[in-house]
Design a protein around this ligand. Structure first.
Ligand SMILES: [Zn+2]
Length: 93
């Protein structure tokens, strides 16, 4: 046993494109304190108040690639009131 097993429910925080470190994309209108902390930390980027279910939640610090972790969308759909159960997606564009 030379390598620890990574938990499979862990969100992907390493860029799938270049393997670089990433930061979290936060949506919504943050408080002033949060916005300042986000700017200082470099681990969080604030994307604004508009969010869609297809929006990414991670951004690579190196190449700028953005992606979405699977669990993120589920929580988001719930948050937006879109529902997760069958029969809730009858509206199409
Ligand atoms: Zn990258």
């Amino acid at each position: 046993m030379t390598q620890p097993d990574p938990p499979d429910h862990q969100p992907t925080t390493v860029c799938p494109e270049c393997g670089g470190p990433s930061r979290e994309i936060v949506y919504g209108m943050p408080s002033e304190e949060f916005a300042e902390a986000a700017e200082a930390s470099d681990d969080i980027v604030i994307a604004g108040c508009c969010i869609d279910v297809d929006d990414p939640d991670r951004e690579c610090k190196v190449c700028g690639h953005q992606w979405q972790n699977p669990g993120f969308r589920d929580g988001l759909r719930e948050h937006l009131g879109l529902g997760l159960g069958p029969g809730s997606g009858s509206e199409r564009r």
